[in-house]
Design a binder for this molecule. Structure first.
Ligand code: FAD
Length: 362
């Protein structure tokens, strides 16, 4: 098997396939540690998915958080995760940990090696043809493997703009916080005892973190107490569902295979899960199974992403919803439980009705 891309998705897919006894080569055009604009929060279901691949995220100097807090204009709602905790961890630390695991598992790792083409059973790496059985496209949101394999057709494709920066300030909360403003959110993840990761997401490509922080004076004051510890790094948050994530010999994983808006914090969890599904499907030689399971897996995060983007679009709806949740904190706790996969679709409907009723009566 040949994996194109050595971000978390490629490394996870390579590790999962090695655990199934597959011979695996991975190539990335960069070299570790590879950094990227990311909120650096992993939800409890993501930690469990990584553990199922033998990757103990706790060992990467990660920092725990116990739940999620939404903050807007004086209203604050929060809830603990129903089970376990989330982790904040620097993207570079995650990559280092995963590279170590891939090397120990026996993955052949080629860094600074650009893939420039694929054919039926070969991959061209730095102008050299390498034989490949299965080909895995893990080359991120702008995947060229997706185009080469004829898998570019989308059922949905929307995008927002993001900027990330770290600050050396003491953490002030046990939560990952999402601060909501008109047309933008800033989310804050503790990644060490005295370092936090701050991400701005909006539909405005010109809005930078510094300007957006003025809309959030309390947060701005907190961040002003310590110096930035990294430079601002931009990224695109894409909500994309592909018609298909696999052709006859090529399968896509991670952001190459579609993604949900970054505000959900589900990207890493999903790619660990893709890796497990793909290794199972390849072991049985059945990529149709991967296609179906990948689609099923995306439903809950997509739904949660849609709900969050609905709140992003309408200030009146957002304020009413947050007031309803503040007056009945159980509603938010159940929403969070749904988000991390602890409640069924039936619970989702029941919670939706309870929230709807609260919105009408508040
Ligand atoms: C602003 C932002 C915040 C986010 N916050 C969170 C969060 O808090 N929690 C969470 O779980 N998720 C979050 N996500 C999502 C998460 O970051 C992604 O899902 C994840 O990074 C996808 O990893 P990947 O390996 O698929 O892609 P990437 O990390 O993009 O890796 C792709 C790799 O492919 C390589 N490559 C590309 N082309 C070639 C080529 N031709 N040859 C060889 N190599 C190639 C690249 O060098 C790169 O290393 C966030 C996303 C954004 C944009």
């Amino acid at each position: 098997m040949f994996v194109i891309g050595g971000g978390p998705a490629g490394l996870a897919a390579a590790i999962a396939a090695r655990r199934r006894g597959c011979d695996v080569t991975l190539a990335d055009c960069s070299a570790p540690p590879i950094d990227k604009a990311c909120g650096e929060g992993v939800m409890p279901d993501g930690i469990a998915a990584a553990r199922s691949l033998g990757i103990p995220l706790e060992q990467s100097g990660a920092w725990p958080f116990h739940g999620i807090r939404f903050v807007e204009n004086g209203i604050s709602v929060e809830a603990d995760f129903p089970r376990g905790h989330g982790l904040g961890l620097r993207r570079t630390a995650l990559q280092e940990l995963m590279v170590d695991h891939a090397a120990a598992a026996g993955v052949r790792l080629l860094w600074d090696a650009r893939v420039t083409g694929i054919a039926r059973d070969t991959v061209t790496v730095d102008d050299r043809a390498v034989r490949a059985g299965w080909i895995v496209g893990a080359d991120g949101g702008n995947s060229i493997v997706r185009r080469w394999a004829g898998l570019d057709e989308c059922e949905r494709d929307t995008r927002r703009f993001a900027f990330r920066r770290h600050y050396r300030v003491a953490r002030w909360s046990e939560f990952m916080e999402i601060h909501w403003g008109d047309g933008c959110q800033i989310y804050v993840t503790p990644v060490a005892a005295s370092e936090i990761c701050v991400v701005l997401i909006s539909r405005d490509s010109h809005l930078r973190l510094e300007d957006a922080l003025e809309i959030f004076p309390q947060l701005n004051r907190r961040l002003a107490s310590g110096p930035p510890s990294s430079r601002e790094r931009g990224g695109i948050s894409v909500s994309r569902r592909l018609r298909s994530v696999a052709s006859r010999r090529v399968a896509l994983v991670g952001d190459a295979s579609g993604s949900v808006d970054a505000i959900t914090g589900e990207g890493l969890c999903m790619l660990f899960q893709h890796a497990v599904l793909l290794a199972d499907a390849l072991a049985s030689g059945d990529l149709a199974r991967y296609r179906a399971e990948h689609r099923r897996l995306g439903r809950r995060p997509e739904l949660m992403g849609d709900l969050m983007l609905m709140l992003d679009r309408s200030r009146p709806l957002r304020r009413r919803t947050f007031r309803a949740m503040a007056s009945q904190p159980r509603l938010f706790a159940r929403m969070l439980a749904m988000h991390v996969g602890e409640l069924s679709l039936f619970d989702l409907a029941a919670n939706g009705l309870a929230l709807g009723w609260r919105l009408l009566t508040i």
